[in-house]
Each structure stands twice: as C-alpha cells, then as structure tokens.
Design a binder for this molecule. Structure first.
Ligand SMILES: Cc1ncc(COP(=O)(O)O)c(C=O)c1O
Length: 357
C-alpha cells in the first residue's frame, strides 16, 4: 500500500485546525481520520476513481450532457456552477450516462433498475431512453410530484416501494437479484462518481482563484468525484460538504470513522435524505474533504429566497443547501457553490419562499 497517498496535503495547518475545531466537531482535516477497517485502506482498495478515470468519463459523456455555465455573483464573491440548468434538471445525468456507457450489450439488453428519490432515477431514465434500454425506477412513498411526472414522461417503469430511500433501495436490490437486471447505484459506484466529478473539471476552467467549494451531500457520490478532482488539480481550495441538520449521515459517519445508520427527518432537501452514505464515498470524504457543515431548514429556505432575489434562479432544496452553507461562511471568499438541481414542486417552492423567518 502506498502510504504517501494517504497523507494530508498540508499536515501542519490541518492538525492545528483539528485541534482548534469547534466543539460541534464539524471540521475534518483531510487524511487524519481513523481508517474504515483495521490496517487502513488505499483509495484504490475502495475503487475510488483516479483523475484520469474522471477525465475519461468526461470524454464518454460529453456528447450527452450540456456544458453548464458558472455564473459569477460579484456582489457576493460567489461562483455558481449551474447544474440546475443541466439536461434533466440536475447533475445526476452525468453519473447515469457515465455508468450506462460502461455496460456491455448483454447487460443493456436486460435493462437497468435503480432506486432514487428522484434525480438519479431521472438521469438513469434519460440515459436508458437514449440507449433504447428498459428502465425500472424504485421510488420511496411520498417522492416529489415534480420528479414523478418527469420520470413518467421519460417512459420509466415506476415502482413505489418503502417509506424512505433505504427501504426502497433494499426492494430494488431484491428485484434486481431476482430478475438479473443491472442495478445502477445512485452514489457508491466508481463510474457514477467519475461522472459526477466531471462537473468539477468543467468548473475549474470557469472560475478564478477560490478559497472554497461548497457541495451538497446526500449519499456522497457528487462530493467524492468533485473532491478527487480538486485534490489533484487545486489542492489549495477547501472542499466543504453541506447536509441538512435533519439528515446528517455523512457527518455522523465521519465522526464514527465508519458508515453508521443515521436517523433522517423531514427536509425540503429531499435529494439529500438518506440514512446511509457509501463505503467509497465516506472514504473519499475522509481523504479529500475539509469540512462537513450542517444547515438548518430555515437557512435552506433563506438560500432559496436569496437565489430568487439575487439571480431570479429557481433551484430545489438540495441545491440550496450548498448556498446556505456558503452564506454562513462569508470569510471564505471568493468561493464556488455547485447548484445541483432545479426539480422542485411549485407549491413547495412557493411555501418555502413565502415563509417569514
Ligand atoms: C439536487 C441534488 N443535489 C445533491 C444531491 C447529492 O448527491 P449525492 O447523493 O451524490 O451526494 C442529490 C442527490 O440525489 C440531488 O438530487
């Protein structure tokens, strides 16, 4: 195993920060975490993609995704990577194409199945439609109406199963095993992580110097890909993950040093609601993410309003989580935020932005 690769990039500063970390324990210096399992693990042991593999994914998916702009909000010194304007309404289509384009003919002929609260399912359904492949999407009860409509229009076969994402995933996995249809994991898959990482390659060409990049975390596939790219190409930029207070699975798993089941309560950030993160995505956060912040529901609503007031841009709650974190940390400027998606019900949006805090 190559110990050098596991070393923190700036050990002295990181250790000092670690010692000064707030009592809420939200600062995680890269590389100082206990290993997932005794003996330690090299990134390669967890199949984390290399920069080269992320670049290859970029070439693979290039004809199928849109190059999204990065908008510079000068007054706030923020760069916003507009994945809310991506095909299908979220970055998830990157990982979906990246994965499906690695399947062989026989796998594709059997079709694909996935479990998703929405955006990943939409991405997979879009990629499957393009490839002429049958697509089954398992969704938890209460999935967003906006996302259900999009999925239906894409011709996906929908299965409502389970009270939350994790129950729904268990059902989908059982079904995949029974039928032999390929299960497309929403975050803990190297090809999916590579696809999500491609947005960071694009973003780095679009932004100037930056102190930090803020990234919302659900299962952690997005931040795994983004942090890998930043670690390799711009290690001086801090990578800050953001989760709703209601669903802090990545933060709790980082604190525990292993994937731990974490209660998840109602949140407007429906794409970030899950009780588990992945083994790979946790490892990526341990290695390359500087900090994970928790934001309150009122801060997410405020961020939705801020985007409307400042830019007249609509995003979904999950995307606003990154903005909420950035607004709380004005000392980290200039900074970039990934606006991850726009698939929000009109009623949910209107309620959120009209609530007086
Ligand atoms: C809009 C949006 N943002 C962020 C995320 C988080 O992505 P990940 O699960 O890869 O952490 C999701 C996941 O579904 C999402 O839909």
């Amino acid at each position: 195993m190559n110990q050098e690769r596991n070393r923190p990039s700036r050990p002295d500063r990181r250790i000092e920060e670690y010692c000064n970390a707030s009592s809420r324990g939200k600062v995680f210096p890269r590389g100082l975490h206990p290993p997932i399992s005794p003996g330690g693990k090299d990134p390669a042991d967890h199949d984390l993609p290399t920069l080269e593999q992320i670049r290859e994914a970029g070439v693979r998916i290039r004809p199928h995704i849109w190059l999204t702009p990065t908008v510079h909000v000068e007054s706030a010194q923020l760069y916003l990577k507009m994945e809310c304007w991506q095909r299908t309404g979220s970055f998830k289509v990157r990982g979906a194409f990246s994965k499906l384009l690695t399947l062989d003919r026989e796998q594709l002929a059997r079709g694909v199945v996935t479990a998703s609260a929405g955006n990943h399912g939409i991405g997979v359904a879009e990629a499957a439609r393009y490839l002429g492949v049958e697509c089954h999407v398992f969704l938890p009860e209460g999935a967003s109406a906006a996302k259900l409509t999009i999925l239906r229009n894409l011709g996906a076969q929908l299965h409502i199963a389970g009270r939350d994402y994790d129950e729904c995933e268990a059902e989908a996995l059982r079904w995949a095993e029974r039928t032999g249809v390929e299960f497309i994991h929403p975050f803990d898959d190297p090809a999916v992580i590579s696809g999500q990482g491609t947005l960071a390659l694009e973003m780095l060409e679009q932004i100037g110097p930056a102190e930090a990049v803020f990234v919302p975390i659900g299962g952690g596939g997005l931040i795994a890909g983004v942090s890998r790219v930043l670690h390799e190409l711009r290690p001086e930029i801090q990578v800050i993950g953001a989760q709703p207070e209601a669903c802090p699975a990545m933060l709790r798993s980082l604190e525990a040093g292993r994937v731990v089941e974490t209660p998840c309560f109602d949140t407007i950030a429906d794409g970030l609601a899950g009780r588990f993160v992945g083994e790979r995505t946790l490892r990526a956060c341990q290695l390359w993410v500087d900090e994970v912040m928790l934001v309150e529901e009122s801060e997410i609503r405020r961020a939705l309003r801020w985007l409307l007031d400042t830019l007249h841009v609509v995003v979904e709650g999950s995307a606003a989580v990154g903005v909420a974190a950035a607004l709380r940390r004005p000392e980290l400027r200039p900074a970039a935020v990934v606006l991850t998606g726009r698939n929000i019900d009109t009623r949910t949006l209107l309620n959120a932005v009209s609530t007086e805090e």
